[in-house]
Design a protein around this ligand. Structure first.
Ligand SMILES: [Zn+2]
Length: 345
C-alpha cells in the first residue's frame, strides 16, 4: 500500500547506488571526499538521464500479478534472470525456496440484504489463505465492530453472525504505514477473533485511507484449535454503506460466496545477480526487494519498485565502469506477501 513519487524513487536508486559504491570503491590517490563527490555525481547524472529502473519495472510488470505459486511468479523470476544476464551482471542464479500456494478461484460475490434498504451488490475479495464459503455461499446477520476489544465485550451477540470489522486507518497519523499497521490486525487475525466469538465469517474493511470501491486483499492466518471460517474484505465505500444500512436496519443480512483454495506448497526461487568485488569478493553488500505480489494488482510499488531499484543501482555502477572492492548483489526475494519464505530459506 505504500506510495512514492517518481522523483523520490529515482532519488532512492541514487542513494542505494551511491551508498554501495561509497562503501566499496577503491580510492586511489585522491582525498576520499573529492573522489566520492565525483562518483556520486556520475551515478546521479546517469540515473537521471536514463531512468533505467522504469524499464526494468516494465519488464517485471509485463508478467502480471505475481502471487507465490502462480505461473506468473515463475515467469517473473525467469524474466528477471534473463534481464540481469543481459545487463551483464555476474553469477546470475536462482535460489530455491518453498512457498505456499493459495488460489483465489472464481465467482466472488456479495450482497447486503435488507427489507428496508433493499438488496445492494457488494464486491468481496477473499483474504489470502482464507478458506472458501460453501458453494451456496454464507448468509447471516451482521455484527459490526471497530476494534478487537469491542468484539470481546459483545458476549454472545456475535454467535451465528458475520463479524464486520470496520476499523478505519487513523488519518491523523502522518506516517500512513503506522496507520496501516494499526488497522491490519483485523485483516490478518479477524477470522480467528470472529470464530472465537462464535461468528460464521469475517468481513473486513479494506486498508486504505481513501474512500473508494476497490476491495484489497492481503494475508491472514488461522489458529490450530479455532474453527476456520471464511474471511473477505470489502471496499471502504462498501464498508461505509454496510455500516449505514446496519444503523437503519440492525437485522440486515450479508450474503457472500468465495471459492479460494490452498494447494500443496511448491518450489519457487529467489533470483540474484552481482558485481564481484575486486579486493574482498567474499564480503557482500546486498540490495533487495521482493518479487512476489498479491494477485489483484501488478505490484508496481509493492514491491516491483524495490526490485527495479536494486537492479538499477547495480546497472549504474557497472555501466560506469566502477570497480567495487566488495561484491554488490541484487536479490529479488520470492515471497514476502504470503509467508516470507524467500528471505528465510
Ligand atoms: Zn510487500
Amino acid at each position: 500500500m505504500r506510495r512514492s513519487t517518481g522523483s523520490r524513487w529515482v532519488a532512492w536508486v541514487m542513494v542505494s547506488a551511491a551508498a554501495a559504491v561509497l562503501c566499496v570503491v577503491s580510492l586511489g590517490g585522491q582525498s576520499d571526499e573529492g573522489r566520492y563527490d565525483q562518483v556520486v555525481a556520475s551515478i546521479s547524472k546517469k540515473g537521471l538521464r536514463e531512468l533505467g529502473a522504469y524499464a526494468t519495472l516494465a519488464k517485471l510488470l509485463a508478467e502480471g500479478p505475481r502471487l507465490t505459486g502462480s505461473p506468473q511468479a515463475d515467469a517473473a523470476v525467469a524474466a528477471m534472470a534473463v534481464h540481469m544476464r543481459a545487463l551483464g551482471f555476474e553469477n546470475v542464479r536462482l535460489e530455491p525456496t518453498t512457498v505456499g500456494h493459495w488460489i483465489r478461484g472464481e465467482g466472488e460475490e456479495g450482497q447486503i440484504v435488507s427489507p428496508l434498504a433493499g438488496t445492494i451488490p457488494v464486491k468481496v475479495r477473499a483474504i489470502g489463505n482464507s478458506i472458501a464459503t460453501p458453494s451456496q455461499g454464507i448468509t447471516a446477520g451482521v455484527v459490526e465492530v471497530r476494534t478487537f476489544q469491542e468484539l470481546e465485550t459483545l458476549g454472545d451477540k456475535a454467535r451465528g453472525r458475520i463479524v464486520f470489522f470496520n476499523g478505519a486507518m487513523d488519518p491523523t497519523l502522518i506516517d500512513a504505514f503506522q496507520a496501516y499497521g494499526g488497522a491490519a490486525r483485523q485483516r490478518s487475525g479477524g477470522a480467528v477473533a470472529a470464530a472465537k466469538a462464535g461468528g460464521v465469517a469475517a468481513v473486513v474493511r479494506s486498508l486504505t485511507l481513501g474512500i473508494d470501491d476497490d476491495p484489497h486483499t492481503g494475508t491472514m492466518s488461522y489458529d490450530e484449535g479455532t474453527p476456520k471460517i471464511p474471511a473477505v474484505t470489502i471496499s471502504t465505500a462498501a464498508a461505509e454503506r454496510l455500516s449505514e444500512v446496519l444503523r437503519r436496519d440492525p437485522e440486515a443480512k450479508f450474503r457472500f460466496r468465495t471459492s479460494s483454495r490452498t494447494l500443496a506448497p511448491v518450489t519457487s526461487h529467489n533470483v540474484m545477480g552481482e558485481i564481484r568485488g575486486v579486493k574482498k569478493p567474499e564480503e557482500v553488500i546486498l540490495l533487495g526487494g521482493h518479487i512476489d505480489s498479491w494477485d489483484l494488482s501488478p505490484g508496481a510499488h509493492d514491491d516491483g519498485a524495490g526490485c527495479a531499484q536494486s537492479i538499477e543501482a547495480l546497472r549504474l555502477i557497472k555501466d560506469l565502469g566502477l570497480k567495487p572492492k566488495r561484491t554488490i548483489r541484487a536479490v529479488l526475494f520470492m515471497d514476502e506477501e504470503n509467508g516470507g519464505s524467500g528471505g528465510r530459506d
